[in-house]
Design a protein around this ligand. Structure first.
Ligand SMILES: [Zn+2]
Length: 127
């Protein structure tokens, strides 16, 4: 099995509703996001999936969130903008865009990981 990843960053503010502590207050993060695709077979030139297409997908999604207050944007106007929920949002948005590209050879979305800080991550795998 092969796995390829790309990363991107964005800056955004959020406030965790219902959290008992400082994270309930408006604050910001420089988020990092990593997208991982997996598949058993490479194409005729030895690629699992073109990094260029992966980076485009990831940057389109990150661009929508960049320099925004996440609590103001759907789905985070109702869903708490935790790192876990942000990872799932990227996963779902990536899955939709990936399906449009009709990936070959059994390539599938493996995971999305969000860094909220240098030492804290949340990963969603769709399972
Ligand atoms: Zn936070």
């Amino acid at each position: 099995m092969f796995e390829v990843t790309v990363e991107d960053t964005f800056a955004a503010g959020h406030a965790l509703r219902g959290y008992r502590g400082k994270c309930e207050n408006l604050h910001g993060h420089n988020y990092r996001v990593r997208l991982a695709l997996r598949g058993p077979q490479l194409d005729s030139i030895g690629l699992l999936f073109d990094f260029k297409d992966m980076k485009r997908i990831l940057s389109e999604i990150a661009e929508r969130l960049d320099h925004h207050h996440l609590n103001d944007l759907a789905p985070f106007d109702r869903l708490n903008p935790s790192a876990e929920n942000i990872a799932r949002y990227f996963y779902d948005e990536t899955a939709r865009r990936l399906a449009e590209l009709k990936p070959e050879h059994g390539v599938r979305l493996a995971s999305v990981t969000i860094w909220e800080t240098d030492t804290t991550t949340a990963t969603y795998t769709g399972e």
